[in-house]
Design a protein around this ligand. Structure first.
Ligand SMILES: C[S@@+](CC[C@H](N)C(=O)[O-])C[C@H]1O[C@@H](n2cnc3c(N)ncnc32)[C@H](O)[C@@H]1O
Length: 220
């Protein structure tokens, strides 16, 4: 309970301090976390069993709400990498991976990159990417560059799972000026076209504040 309060307190402070990149008032609910981690198959359903090693990347872990669900599904040999922009979230996560038994158990197979996802080097590195980034807060150019990084970093046949809040773009469009409406239209086109081409599953999660769509994509 103390951990939950600490996570919520930090998230709320960072929402106020860095709204643009934090993008949400509360961490994701366990249900949303599970939906996002759906294609991190748990060890028992892992085709190669615990012998196959998968690399999983979580972009924008924040206080680690989705990380908890990913860790619960990690196989014995799987590696988890987190990439987070915000130094306070990074410090909080490092502390959690030292102190909390469930997270400490995988700490030797986990790495935190304190960087924007766009700066993460490499090609075809990961089997699964789980994204918590608030794409709807970004310019079309930044969202495009983040999506290009996901495509570059995913292995062939790998899965990208990301979420967006239900109806957030239409609702914001009503209350905004011309420039903002243009940005939102651009994001609708970008994400719409991406999903039309590559989405193979989607799920609405109502038990989250606010409710969210989870999109699952494969590029090849
Ligand atoms: C909506 S919060 C999600 C936090 C957490 N995944 C959850 O669901 O509770 C977005 C997170 O993405 C991080 N972030 C935003 N832009 C980023 C970027 N370009 N690269 C890496 N992390 C970023 C923020 O600092 C924040 O932790």
């Amino acid at each position: 309970m103390r951990q939950l309060i600490s996570n919520y307190g930090l998230f709320l402070r960072e929402f106020r301090r860095t709204f643009h990149t934090t993008g949400a008032i509360l961490p994701s609910s366990p249900r949303l976390g599970r939906a996002l981690a759906r294609f991190v198959p748990d060890a028992t359903s892992n085709g190669g069993g615990s012998d196959s090693q998968r690399r999983i990347l979580e972009a924008g872990p924040g206080t680690g709400a989705v990380t908890n669900q990913i860790v619960a599904r990690l196989g014995e040999r799987d590696r988890l990498e987190l990439v987070e922009l915000n130094d306070r979230f990074v410090a909080h996560l490092r502390e959690r991976f030292t102190r909390e038994p469930a997270l400490a158990a995988v700490a030797s197979r986990m790495e935190i990159h304190h960087a924007p996802i766009q700066d993460l080097p490499g090609t075809a590195q990961y089997d699964v990417i789980v994204s918590g980034l608030p794409l709807n807060n970004f310019s079309v150019e930044l969202a495009e560059s983040i999506l290009t990084s996901y495509k570059r970093l995913l292995k062939s046949g790998g899965t990208l799972s990301f979420f967006e809040y239900v109806a957030v773009r239409p609702m914001r469009t009503i209350a905004s000026g011309q420039k903002e409406r243009r940005r939102l239209r651009g994001l609708t086109e970008l994400l719409g076209s991406l999903c039309r081409q590559h989405e193979f599953a989607r799920q609405m999660v109502l038990t989250n504040v606010p409710p969210a769509w989870v999109h699952h994509l494969r590029f090849e």
